[in-house]
Design a protein around this ligand. Sequence first.
Ligand code: ADP
Ligand code: MG
Length: 251
Amino acid sequence: MSQLEIKDLHVSIGEKAIVKGFSLTLNSGEVHAIMGPNGTGKSTLSKAIAGHPDYTVTGGDVLLDGRSILAMQPDERARAGLFLAFQYPSEIPGVTIANFLRAAVQARMAEGEELDATGYYKRLYSKMDLLKIDRKFTSRAVNDGFSGGEKKRCEILQMAMLEPKFALMDETDSGLDIDALRIVAEGVNAMRGGALGILMITHYQRLLDYIVPDHVHVMWDGRIVKSGDKSLALELEAKGYDWVKKELAKA
Ligand code: ADP
Ligand code: MG
C-alpha cells in the first residue's frame, strides 16, 4: 500500500502564483479525477509534481510514502515510482518501441543488475496481451508518424512496463480524439484495481464515461474547491463550471 500526499502545494511560474494551496491524498488502487476550466492550474500542478524546472514550488510538500519528492530530480521521481503520462511525447525515429522500453526498464534497475532478455520479452508480451496490442506494434519507431491514438497506446504500454506506484495523466484534452480516449481508458481500466494509483487530469467529462473515477475533484484558481464521487462529474457536465463559480460566490 502506497500513498501520494500533496499537501498545501503552492506553485509559481516566474513571479505568478498558479497553484495556490492544493491538497490531495491518493492511495494505491484509487482513481482520482481532477476537473476544472482551462487556465486553472491543472497542467502546472502535474508539471510541478514531475519536477519540471520552470515550475517553482513556493510552499507545501509532495510526499511519496511519507518522503518528500521535491528535492529529487525528475528521473529520481520516476524511479521512486511516479509516472507522468505526458513525459514522452517526443518522436524518436530509428528507435523501436521494444528497444526504447527495454532501455527504460533497464534504467530503473539497480547498478550492476542486468536485464534478462527472455524475461523482458515475456513480460512485454504479457503486458501487450493485457492491453490487446498487436505484436507488430513494438517494432515501429517511437511515436514516429503515429496517430494520436497510437501515441497513447505507446504511452500506456510504457506505463504497464514500468509498473509505477502512481500515474499522473494530464490529458491536455485538445489533442485527444475519441479513438485516443478509448485507448487510454481501456489501458487504465486493464491496469486499475491492483497497486496502481491514478490521478487523471481532464477538462472533459467525456473521458470519465470510459474511466469511472473513485473520486472527483474540481480545481478552481489553483486549488480544489469541491470533491465528490463520479456523480459530481455528471453534475458538472449538466450544469457547467459556472455552477461551481456561483456556488463559490454564495459561500
Ligand atoms: P490548465 O491546465 O488548468 O488549463 P495551466 O496550468 O496550463 O492550466 O495554466 C494555468 C495558468 O498558468 C494560466 O493562466 C496560464 O496562462 C499560465 N501558464 C501556464 N504555463 C505557463 C508558462 N510556461 N509561462 C507563463 N504562464 C503560464
Ligand atoms: Mg492543462
